[in-house]
Design a protein around this ligand. Structure first.
Ligand SMILES: N[C@@H](CCC(=O)N[C@@H](CS)C(=O)NCC(=O)O)C(=O)O
Length: 339
C-alpha cells in the first residue's frame, strides 16, 4: 500500500511536469529520428521476435505505423520489451514514447498513473486455461484451485471479483516473468492459468508442447480493451498516436489496402482523398506530412491487413475478427472520421 502511494505520488508529479511542457514528445522523437515503443516480452501475434530477432505483431505494427506517419519510414522505430510489471514505469519515466502493448485501458490507469489510453487495437476479455486432465468444463468448478497469473495486471482483481461473486476461493500463483509462469503452469504448479483470452490462445498454441491437452474455459470474466497508451500532458503526441490507429481502421473501412493505395490516390471519394492527403489538411492539423496515412497504409497496411497477418487467418493463431471486426460488419472497430 505504501509502495503504491509513493508510486502514485511520483506519477502525479510526473503528470504535472509534463503538463508544464506541452508537446515535448514529438520534438524529442523527431530529434532522435525514431520512435521508441514499449511492447510485451513476447506474445505471438501482438509483439514477438523470430529467430533472427525480427519482431512482428499488431502492437509492433502500431509502432511501425507511428514511425510511418512521422518519418514516412516505418523502419524508424525501436522496441523495448517490457513485462507486465515494468510497462507503466517505462512509459512514465520517458524510457519509451508510447506503449502499444496488450494493455487494458482502465480508469485507474488512465486517471491515476499519469497515462492516457488513446484507443483500442484489440477488444479482449479475461479467460481461464486448464489442462483437460483436470476434467473441468466451467470456471465454476475451480473452487480452491491454484491459478497462475502475472502481477501488475488487471487479471488478479478480475479473478478475485469473479470468484467472490460466485462464492468460490482460489490460490494465486504469481510470477512476473511470462515464460517462467507458463513453465510453472506446464509443470502442474497451478491448476489453471488466467489472462486475456487472446494470450491464452497464444500460450496454448505456441508455448505448450501439446496444445490439444488444454482448453480455454467458456467464461469470459471481464472486458479487456487493449490499446496504446502515452504519457498524460502531451496532447499533441497523444493526438498523433490516436489518429495513427484511427487511420488504420478508417483505411479498412474505405477499402484502402497496402496493395491498392496507389490506385486509391485517384479515388473521387472525398473521404479517401482526405485520408490519403490528396486533399490536404489532416497532416497539417496533426503536425505531420500530408502523406502520413498514405505511408501508414502503404508500408504497414490497414487494420484488417494487420489483424489477418498477425493473429487472423494468415497467422498460425487463426483468430476470428469477432468483436474486432469493423462496426459495419457487426464488430466494435469504429474509426473516428478523418476530416
Ligand atoms: N490486459 C491485461 C493483462 C496483460 C497481461 O497480463 N499480459 C500478459 C499475458 S500474455 C503478457 O503480456 N505477458 C508477456 C510479458 O509480460 O511480457 C493488463 O493490461 O493488465
Amino acid at each position: 500500500m505504501k509502495a503504491l502511494k509513493t508510486f502514485l505520488a511520483a506519477a502525479l508529479m510526473l503528470g504535472a511536469a509534463h503538463a508544464a511542457h506541452a508537446g515535448p514528445t514529438l520534438d524529442a522523437v523527431k530529434k532522435k529520428g525514431f520512435v521508441q515503443c514499449g511492447v510485451s516480452t513476447g506474445v505471438a501475434g501482438f509483439s514477438n521476435p523470430d529467430s533472427k530477432g525480427n519482431w512482428t505483431g499488431i502492437d509492433v505494427d502500431l509502432c511501425k505505423a507511428v514511425a510511418a506517419a512521422l518519418f514516412g519510414d516505418a523502419t524508424k522505430f525501436k522496441l523495448t520489451p517490457l513485462n507486465t510489471q515494468q510497462r507503466f514505469t517505462a512509459l512514465q519515466s520517458g524510457e519509451v514514447d508510447v506503449l502499444p502493448r496488450n494493455t487494458s485501458i482502465t480508469l485507474q490507469r488512465d486517471a491515476a498513473l499519469g497515462l492516457t489510453g488513446v484507443g483500442v487495437n484489440f477488444y479482449d476479455g479475461q479467460g481461464i486455461l486448464v489442462s483437460k486432465k483436470l476434467g473441468v468444463k466451467s470456471a465454476k468448478e475451480l473452487n480452491q484451485a491454484a491459478i497462475c497469473l502475472q502481477p501488475g495486471t488487471t487479471t488478479e482483481l478480475n479473478l478475485a471479483d469473479w470468484f467472490r461473486a460466485n462464492k468460490l476461493t482460489f490460490k494465486p500463483v504469481v510470477i512476473d516473468k511470462f515464460d517462467e509462469l507458463v513453465r510453472a503452469f506446464a509443470a502442474g504448479r497451478c491448476d489453471a492459468y488466467t489472462t486475456d483470452i487472446s494470450a491464452l490462445n497464444v500460450i496454448r498454441t505456441t508455448k505448450l508442447s501439446n496444445p490439444d491437452d488444454y482448453i480455454v474455459l467458456p467464461e469470459m470474466i471481464s472486458k479487456e480493451p487493449l490499446g496504446p497508451m502515452v504519457r498524460r500532458g502531451d496532447e499533441q503526441w497523444a493526438t498523433i498516436v490516436k489518429w495513427t490507429l484511427n487511420a488504420m481502421i478508417e483505411a479498412e473501412e474505405y477499402g484502402i489496402t497496402s496493395k491498392n493505395v496507389d490506385e486509391m490516390l485517384k479515388s473521387t471519394n472525398p473521404n479517401v482523398q482526405r485520408i490519403l492527403g490528396v486533399t490536404p489538411g489532416a497532416g497539417k492539423n496533426l503536425g505531420v506530412d500530408e502523406k502520413w496515412a498514405y505511408n501508414i497504409v502503404k508500408q504497414v497496411g490497414n487494420y484488417g491487413e494487420s489483424f489477418e497477418r498477425n493473429v487472423g487467418q494468415g497467422s498460425p493463431l487463426k483468430m476470428q475478427r469477432g468483436a474486432n471486426a469493423l462496426w459495419t460488419q457487426g464488430g466494435l472497430m469504429y474509426a473516428l472520421p478523418i476530416r
